[in-house]
Design a protein around this ligand. Structure first.
Ligand code: PEP
Ligand code: MN
Length: 372
């Protein structure tokens, strides 16, 4: 059976504009759930989201209110007239969600990784006519993502879409909580052409300052919509406080993002500029962290050279180092003078640091010698 794209789900979703799903990471209290959902609607959401059961990485984190919160979400649906979506992580969750009139279910990243649980959910959905969104698995495995969707298809569902929420990788430090690996989305689309893809910049970025650039990139790459976490008072949120937006911030973000095609619009609000500046701040801090790590290793090298009577400056090593850095910089399109200047400065400082370290250990050795 073919998968229907979201604007053919018969839910009044926009045809020529991104579909916006918004609402709190978790339903916490009745007041917070309803206020966050009404705020999301005013900001431009077409579907409301809220976490009811939260599969958390560590025990002791807030694990969701459970069934009671479905009553609150049903009220939010009544008040806004918008469809609702929640995460389900077991067959029992599916039955409970359906009994409260939830309109769309989603399978979370920690569930998509497990074919047994996905199959259990698919079995529970057999013969039911409800749309399901499938988040990518935590690990960068496209086949697992595709496999989860195929299990739902095999259960007879046709209203299925994917959510791209980024991947947890062991790769080096990254400014994002879950780096997007955009290439994996293209690979995914090759397996399931025609499926709608909703980008979740909140779980990719992990920080509200970075939402704009992630969401913009997703829309530039033709994402069909966005799922964004929004909370009436994000700093007090019981889960994911750093990445949630107030309803006003969400409104502002959506206006800035969606106005992108209106001729040479320059954002008066600075959303765009602020988001880029935050990325630059994080990247510069990462550079400083790397320099500090490098300095620690230089310290070990200095001791090794002293113990083995090696000279501090070794011309061959220096030449090889600068040439390989120039080559890497060149491949990435960086200005040669910049790369040369940076590594020259780093090398000079490294030599100075090694000299100082050896000189101070000489003084210590001779003073301890005198004392003895
Ligand atoms: C969520 O959407 O609140 C959530 C827990 O997301 P993920 O499954 O992507 O971590
Ligand atoms: Mn969350």
């Amino acid at each position: 059976m073919t998968i229907k794209s979201m604007n053919n789900w018969g839910m009044n979703l926009p045809e020529n504009a991104p579909i916006i799903i918004a609402g709190p990471c978790s339903a916490e209290t009745e007041e917070q759930t309803i206020a966050s959902c009404v705020g999301a609607q005013k900001a431009g959401a077409h579907i409301l989201r809220a976490g009811i059961w939260k599969p958390r990485t560590s025990p002791g984190s807030f694990e969701g209110i459970g069934e009671e919160a479905l009553v609150w979400l049903r009220k939010a649906k009544k008040e806004t007239g918008l469809p609702t979506t929640i995460e389900v992580a077991s067959a029992q969750n599916v039955y409970t969600a359906l009994s409260y009139g939830v309109d769309i279910l989603w399978i979370g990243a920690r569930t998509t990784v497990n074919p047994f649980v996905v199959q259990e959910i698919a079995d529970a959905l057999k013969g039911k006519d409800i749309p399901v969104l499938v988040k990518n698995p935590i690990n960068p495995d496209v086949k697992l993502w595709v496999g989860a969707i195929k299990r739902l298809q095999n259960a007879g569902l046709t209203r299925i879409a994917a959510i791209h929420r980024g991947f947890d990788t062991l790769a080096q430090k990254n400014i994002y909580r879950n780096p997007p690996n955009w290439g994996l989305v293209s690979e995914f689309k090759k397996h399931l052409p025609g499926i709608s893809i909703i980008n979740d910049p909140s779980h990719i970025a992990g920080k509200r300052e970075l939402l704009y650039t992630v969401a913009k990139k997703a829309l530039d790459l033709n994402a069909d919509g966005l799922m964004i976490e929004s909370h009436i008072s994000p700093d007090q949120a019981w889960s994911d406080p750093a990445q949630q937006l107030t309803p006003n911030e969400l409104k502002h973000l959506l206006e800035t993002l969606l106005k992108k095609n209106t001729a040479s619009h320059v954002s008066d609000s600075g959303t765009e500029l602020n988001s880029w500046r935050s990325e630059i701040d994080l990247l510069d801090n990462a550079l400083i962290d790397l320099l500090a790590q490098r300095k620690e290793i230089v310290g070990n090298i200095s001791e090794f050279k002293k113990e083995n009577n090696l000279s501090i400056v070794q011309f061959e090593r220096w030449k090889e180092m600068i040439l390989t850095r120039l080559d890497s910089g060149n491949k990435q399109g960086l200005n040669q003078e910049l790369v040369e200047g940076i590594f020259d400065a780093i090398h000079q400082d490294s030599v100075r640091f090694q000299r100082e370290k050896q000189a101070s250990s000489n003084i210590n050795e001779s003073s301890s010698g005198n004392a003895g």
